[in-house]
Design a protein around this ligand. Sequence first.
Ligand SMILES: [Ca+2]
Ligand SMILES: [Ca+2]
Length: 345
Amino acid sequence: MTDARRAPSLRPLHAALLAAVALLAVAAPAAARAADDRVIFRLTDPLGDDHGDGSLRYPRSNDLKRGDLDIASFSAREEKGGTFFEVTFARRIRRTEPRAIDEGATLLTDVARLGFYTFNVDVYVDTDRKPGSGNVQLLPGRLAELQPEYAWEKCIALTPRPWDAGDETKRILTRRQRMEELKARGGKEKLPRETAQEISAEVNRLVDEKVFFPTVVQVNGPTVRFFVPASFLGGPARPEWAYVVFVTGADILQKLDLASLLGIDKKAALPGPYLIPVAYGSWENKFGTDTIDELLPPIVDLVVPPGASQEKLLGSSDPETDTPVRLPGVVPADLPPAGAAGKAR
Ligand SMILES: [Ca+2]
Ligand SMILES: [Ca+2]
């Protein structure tokens, strides 16, 4: 398309030739596309690796069992007005049902209104592919960063409570920004009201611009599909972009105590909204581990590029130096055909 548009500025003969070639080039993928149902890319992930760095144990809860958060594939499909991303798990997704989840007779279907309730999927997209350009920090509570080479411009956060998760994310980030500003000023007095408001306005603006919480979601067997409008990504998803994709457990009833943020010095160690954390030992409501590492991410399954090891990556934090794990992106266009991504362990 681009070549065809540029053609008139070239010498006539070349222009005609280029236009013909461009037409051919456009026609071939279009045909493939029709047969391929408008799939932009598809990444596969090994089965049986829903254990983070290798040490994660599922909570002893009836709502979550091994395999539930095991990613089998991640794909993108162009649809009218945007992109449907799709994650297929190793097992059927647990559907919400109208059962009471507290003493006030709140129903699960009141809180988790999109049909699922056990997981979050994060997708960080590096759209400019310029090393060092973009964000390396992830959403709160992930205890991970991105390798600067894959710094992201856009983040898609699929969660069972998208409306609340958006608000909570803003509250957590505002709180942290205010704490950092206070610290920078010597930490003695309160922030002037104006400064505090400026910080919150800026955080709100950034989250609205850069993070999308899908609300058009379809759950079907082991597969969840979620729609991201072209207006957010600047068009349909592209296979030349880099993607960091992982799943965490969702705790839809979690109440975050923001006051507890005050005691947190480690940059990465913020709590995350509706995220099941990891802790040493075995737990009813947390992922358990035998690793003593307060920066061990609560990431259960991660899609990695060929040659990389999920277990090594997720186990590479260094609490001593306050260094969280740093994750690489996957570029679908760079992969060998048939979606070899993640095959390497
Ligand atoms: Ca997997
Ligand atoms: Ca994986």
